[in-house]
Design a protein around this ligand. Structure first.
Ligand code: ATP
Ligand code: MG
Ligand code: MG
Ligand code: MG
Length: 482
């Protein structure tokens, strides 16, 4: 089943249950304290927090999302993209736990002919918050899941709150068992690669009081109007329904991966095994495919490369993709080959990527050219520094490596590689130390900029999950490859 069809079935199903279909909002979140839309619920925050009256009591959407917090996972796990689409259904003071669970179950397990996704019920595992007996009973008694396939989880995994006084409540998640060839038995608790999280149901049930952080606060009572917020990863369901090994091999991503393999003249071997000699290149190809798609979608939503905030995220995605191709031996411009492949894979669902492609491509290609120039001039500068270090019989200093990174935007891994070719070591500990100092300065800077933004509270939970509020500086300095 193609991704487009998965989305269509989603919306059809929830429309048939009285939900209003709401088109995806932009990746650029309308709230200035949040860089990107990180979940399907983001556009509905005013309704979920009861700050505004919703124009409907039930809604459904397939929301474009960006999670920069997952960037290091991309290509290494089977399930994390920087861009992905979250299918959601929402109830604003309307139906609650029992219906939300019943809908999820029906849609996942009813047959393809009946409009469902036809998943094998026996492969589905459930997690509930350990104190949420109500959810446990619904799954066990109303749906009929054997208790062996229901696992209780703590606050860390299965509790949602804003981190501030406001709505809060338990979650219940649905996992798919890919089978014994993918890992050890024992449910999601035991193995998160064999058992893939596909759907999170959040039951906004309580009013939380003050208290610190995510897991130490007071519950003041039940909310007068309880809400449902759910999110299913479209790509994760696609990987299951399409019978592929990971989300990068699904129909909207795979063509870019194939193009990257073709350009590099290397076979993609689809391995998840880090000891496999093909693994490093496989990870690179998956990363390239992901980052190119994210870049396409970001530029399409109005982001341009820059040195901070959203623009910096985009710059970093493009540079990481270019760099990964370079590590596979491709030193010429790659975006003119890769971006159209991504456009063609996405245009069925997002026609704008085709109609606006000239503008998107102009921005993307210019960014790649600028980066290639950076690499060229940085290489010259590095070679000079290497000459001097060599004549002194030492290694390349941490200061030199830092200056190359800081002033020229020259990637440290490239410095290491070229230095190694010249038979020289690099004082990496010193380089890291200088990077850390810069990060501390930048964090202070970012903190003072953020202070006083009242609306931030709403997003703290997402932040706690590590998925939100990208302060360009933090990532600028924590990432070593670009
Ligand atoms: P994980 O534990 O796998 O990182 P999560 O718990 O962070 O996922 P949620 O915040 O619960 O994810 O988001 C709801 C759903 O969105 C997830 O169940 C998953 O299907 C999907 N999803 C979340 N993050 C990603 C991502 N980076 N790429 C693709 N799908 C994602
Ligand atoms: Mg999770
Ligand atoms: Mg989750
Ligand atoms: Mg996550």
């Amino acid at each position: 089943m193609k991704s487009q069809e998965i989305a269509r079935r989603w919306v059809d199903y929830f429309e048939s249950k009285g939900h209003t279909a709401v088109p995806s909002a932009s990746l650029v979140s309308s709230d200035p304290s949040l860089l990107f839309t990180v979940a399907g619920m983001v556009p509905f925050i005013p309704y979920l927090t009861a700050r505004e009256d919703p124009p409907y009591s039930r809604a459904t959407s397939v929301q474009k999302c960006i999670r920069t917090g997952d960037i290091e996972e991309v290509g290494k796990t089977v399930r994390h993209g920087t861009f992905f689409q979250m299918c959601g259904n929402f109830s604003f003071g309307d139906y609650f736990k029992e219906e939300a669970i019943a809908y999820a179950w029906e849609l996942l397990t009813s047959s393809l002919e009946a409009g469902g996704y036809g998943l094998d019920a026996e492969r589905l595992w459930i997690t509930v918050y350990h104190e949420d007996n109500e959810a446990l009973e619904i799954w066990r008694d109303k749906i009929g899941i054997p208790v062996e396939r229901i696992q209780k989880m703590g606050m860390e995994d299965n509790y949602w709150s804003t981190g501030q006084p406001g709505p809060a409540g338990p979650c219940s998640e649905i996992f798919y068992d890919r089978g014994p060839e993918y890992g050890i038995e024992g449910g999601p608790e035991a193995d998160d690669t064999r058992y893939i999280e596909i759907w999170n149901l959040v039951f906004m049930q309580y009013q939380r009081g003050a208290g610190t952080g995510k897991d130490s606060f007071e519950i003041l009572g039940e909310l007068p109007k309880k809400n449902i917020d759910t999110g299913l990863g479209l790509e994760r369901l696609a990987m299951i329904l399409q019978g592929v090994e990971n989300m990068y091999e699904t129909d909207q991503v795979r063509p870019v991966l194939d193009k990257a393999a073709e350009l590099a003249g290397k076979a993609y071997s689809s391995t998840e095994d880090p000891t496999d000699p093909n693994h490093a290149n496989d990870v690179r190809m998956r990363m390239v495919a992901d980052h190119i798609r994210s870049s396409l979608m970001l530029i399409s939503d109005g982001v341009s490369p820059g040195n901070e905030g959203r623009g910096y995220v985009l710059r970093r995605l493009i540079r990481r993709a270019v760099r990964a191709m370079r590590l596979m031996g491709v030193e010429t411009a790659v975006l003119p080959e890769l971006l159209p492949a991504s456009r063609d894979a996405m245009k069925g669902v997002y026609p704008i990527v085709e109609t606006d492609f000239e503008r998107i491509a102009r921005i993307a290609y210019a960014e790649e050219r600028a980066f290639l120039r950076t690499i060229a001039s940085g290489t010259t500068r590095l070679e000079e520094a290497l000459q001097v270090s060599k004549s002194k019989g030492g290694s390349l200093s941490g200061e030199d490596a830092f200056a190359l990174h800081d002033t020229y935007g020259f990637p440290i891994d490239l410095t290491l590689e070229i230095a190694a070719e010249a038979g020289l070591a690099v004082d990496e500990p010193k380089f890291r130390e200088l990077m850390n100092e810069q990060r501390t300065r930048a964090q202070k800077d970012a903190k003072s900029k953020k202070a006083g933004h009242a609306d931030l509270a709403v997003f703290t939970q997402l932040h706690d999950a590590g998925d939100v509020i990208f302060t360009g500086y933090e990532e600028l300095t924590s990432e070593s490859t670009v």
